[in-house]
Design a protein around this ligand. Structure first.
Ligand code: PLP
Length: 428
């Protein structure tokens, strides 16, 4: 049995290059993080070899005594990390990732063509919350269910709860989804609960982006108001790639959530759980229940505020004027720029972030603080990071002015050509 370097030097070399890239760059993608060595050890372990369809104590395969112990430990730690009473809340730790977890909830609660409302993708929502364009039902969620998205108030960049209420009263959804991929503010769960109750809908929160912040109690607690809470495990939570679904143990609107959700996960949509991921998740959740994790998440939020403050000082406009969480959305339009070009230039300077083509800010970028906070950044380094981003934006502007064509391809050709006069400056 050979190690990777001997068995497959090609894959080893690619992993080494990716490791170098991660090590070298300023990682500012809001949905990414660096997980711990301990988590990676569990994920790279023999747990990947085992089939264990079913739940602890009720498996379709033999030899699961240790896997049962592991999954039970993971469930207990998940409830503890989010401060939940095991008599009132349960959790399924088997979802393969965030999108499957959401679809499993829809499968559990809805019939085909039932109505749902989630935040529109161009306003910061996630594909899996029901995205569709006027021409096409893009996400499976909008193919199998009838989706009526809600939106932000474009004048403030804040969620338009009044409009959500008005639309919900007309559309009468069976499920309202809170949560977002690009929203820098906290959610008004009491208001959303009221709206859900007024129309007899389930209320689900997809806390994928902010689950680490929720565990550390540095943002509002969705568990007080929601029936179901889903999450990914690899973003601010700092775990392996995966998903979880938390559900109330009481029956809600006549549905026994526990059995409906567990059945939707298996046999509804999944087969064998990824036990190596569940092992890594258990390790992550132990850390998520520690005082150090609370300190880390507090730093994530302070760092994001420092970044936001410096960007404002430098003359940038932020969607909603700032941030309550781990991300900021920057409007580059006042600089005559779009996010795509800035993303490319910053990438060349090893500053990794996302363009964010939202309806409010078609020319924007999304910047997150979790990953670099894991690498030890404090406010001071995030202020310096804002200055570096500013420099990159200035270079993008100069490059854009120097390119003859208007297409992104022309821009790419120019900035990657040997005569790009600003390349030396970027490499510094
Ligand atoms: N939900 C939200 C709010 C997200 O931001 C994301 C991913 O970015 C997901 C769900 C989907 O997670 P995954 O990529 O693991 O399917």
């Amino acid at each position: 049995d050979y190690g990777l370097a001997e068995a497959d030097p090609d894959v080893r070399a690619i992993i080494d290059k990716e490791k170098q890239r991660q090590f070298r760059s300023l990682e500012l993608i809001a949905s990414e993080n660096f997980t711990s060595r301990a988590v990676m050890e569990a994920v790279g372990s023999c747990l990947t070899n085992k089939y264990s369809e079913g739940l602890p104590g009720k498996r379709y395969y033999g030899g699961n005594e240790h896997i049962d112990e592991l999954e039970t430990l993971c469930q207990e730690r998940a409830l503890a990390a989010f401060h939940l009473d095991g008599k009132k809340w349960g959790v399924n730790v088997q979802p393969l990732s965030g999108s499957p977890a959401n679809f499993e909830v829809y499968t559990a609660l809805l019939n085909p063509h039932d109505r749902i409302m989630g935040l529109d993708l161009p306003h910061g929502g996630h594909l899996s919350h029901g995205f569709m364009t006027p021409k096409r039902r893009v996400s499976g969620t909008s193919i199998y269910f009838e989706s009526m998205p809600y939106r932000l108030d474009e004048s403030t960049g804040l969620l338009d709860y009044d409009m959500l209420e008005k639309t919900a009263l007309l559309f009468r959804p069976k499920l309202i989804i809170a949560g977002a991929s690009a929203y820098p503010r906290d959610f008004d769960y009491p208001r959303m609960r009221k709206i859900a109750d007024a129309v007899g809908a389930f209320l689900m929160m997809d806390m994928a982006h902010i689950s680490g912040l929720v565990a550390a109690k540095v943002v509002a607690d969705p568990f007080e108001y929601c029936d179901i809470v889903t999450t990914t495990t690899h973003k601010s939570l700092r775990g392996p790639r995966g998903g979880m679904i938390f559900f109330k143990k009481d029956s809600v609107l006549g549905v026994d959530l526990e059995s409906a959700i567990n059945n939707a996960v298996f046999p509804g949509l999944q087969g064998g759980p990824h036990n190596h991921t569940i092992g890594g998740l258990a390790v992550c959740l132990k850390y998520a229940h520690s005082p150090e994790f609370k300190t880390y998440q507090g730093q994530v939020v302070s760092n994001c505020r420092a970044l936001a403050g410096r960007l404002i000082e430098l003359g940038y406009k932020l969607v909603s004027g700032g941030s309550d969480n781990h991300l900021v959305l920057v409007d580059l339009r006042p600089f005559g720029l779009d996010g795509a070009r800035a993303e490319k230039i910053l990438d060349m300077a090893s500053i990794t972030l996302n363009k964010n083509s939202s309806a409010l800010v078609p020319g924007g970028i999304r910047i997150g603080s979790p990953a670099m906070t894991t690498r030890g950044f404090t406010e001071k380094e995030f202020i310096a990071t804002a200055d570096l981003i500013h420099e990159g934006v200035q270079i993008t502007l100069e490059a854009k002015q120097a390119v003859s064509g208007t297409k992104l391809q022309d821009f790419m050709k120019f900035i990657t050509s040997p005569d790009f006069p600003l390349l030396d400056r970027i490499s510094d």
